[in-house]
Write a protein that binds this ligand. Structure first.
Ligand code: SAM
Length: 243
């Protein structure tokens, strides 16, 4: 069954964009997932089709109106009642691989993309919307944040990556960054692939990779170590990783 994604946006022409190419594009053409856009402006009620107004309390920019968004969101909730409804916002919970995996295992997703200064807060109180942020920086709109989230989910859908690459060894899946990768040529600009990776000794390779994953996570992402410790978590399938 196809995994449906519905995007509420003022810029439907931005989609599928990069999601129409490579892995996600092929998966879409194969019917593994589908993408539908909803133009928020279609739910405006005045002759100017306005979707925004000045911020209460003053200040720069414009705010997306709760009444217009409420009707747009209700339209999507009626069409896709089972899919979780997210809103992209820097004020949201951080997008993590755990959340991506949960969404990919679910019935699809609906995503509201903000613009301007953001969305009238009353919408979040009045509708079952999960605010999600893709990182501690500010984009000009939610569309690219939604694409990032969708790309991360789609690659985990059954049949997208192929049996050989389930993604379970990857960064964040076990609470750590992944180990580094190398490929031919064996020597490049005087740098040689670590000998252990050319040894054919699978136990030693696994041990080297686990150590590098821990060391690199400790030096690059101490926040992950603080959150998860430096023991690898079981993979999502429950398969054991030899450390
Ligand atoms: N005034 C808002 C603030 O400071 O939190 C930023 C608004 S931003 C210019 C416009 C829209 O871009 C947001 O409503 C949101 O949809 C999207 N956006 C910007 N940064 C984002 C992020 N880090 N994660 C998710 N969405 C983001």
């Amino acid at each position: 069954m196809s995994w449906p994604a519905t995007i509420l946006t003022l810029y439907p022409e931005m989609f599928p964009g990069p999601l129409g190419a490579s892995l996600a594009g092929r998966a879409m053409r194969d019917g593994i997932w589908s993408l539908d856009t909803v133009q928020i402006r279609d739910f405006a009620t005045d002759k100017h089709r306005s979707v925004d107004d000045t911020p209460a309390g003053g200040g720069a920019g414009m705010v997306m109106r709760a009444d217009v968004l409420g009707t747009a969101v209700d339209h999507v909730l009626a069409k896709a009642p089972d899919a979780p409804l997210l809103a992209m916002t820097p004020r949201g919970q951080p997008l993590t691989q755990d959340l991506v995996r949960t969404l990919a295992a679910g019935p699809g997703v609906s995503i509201l993309c903000g613009r301007f200064e953001g969305i009238d807060e009353r919408l979040f109180e009045a509708r079952p919307i999960v605010p999600v942020s893709i990182g501690d920086y500010v984009l000009s709109g939610g569309e690219m944040a939604a694409m990032t989230l969708l790309d991360a989910c789609v690659r985990l859908l059954p049949g997208v990556m192929g049996a050989a690459s389930s993604g379970e060894e990857e960064s964040f899946e076990t609470g750590l960054l992944e180990y580094p990768h190398y490929t031919r040529p064996v020597t490049w600009e005087g740098r040689t692939i670590p000998e252990v990776l050319r040894s054919g000794d699978h136990a030693k390779i696994a041990q080297w990779r686990a150590e590098r994953a821990r060391a690199d996570t400790r030096s690059r992402r101490p926040d992950l170590i603080a959150r998860h410790g430096d023991a690898r978590r079981p993979s999502p399938s429950g398969a054991r990783h030899e450390d």
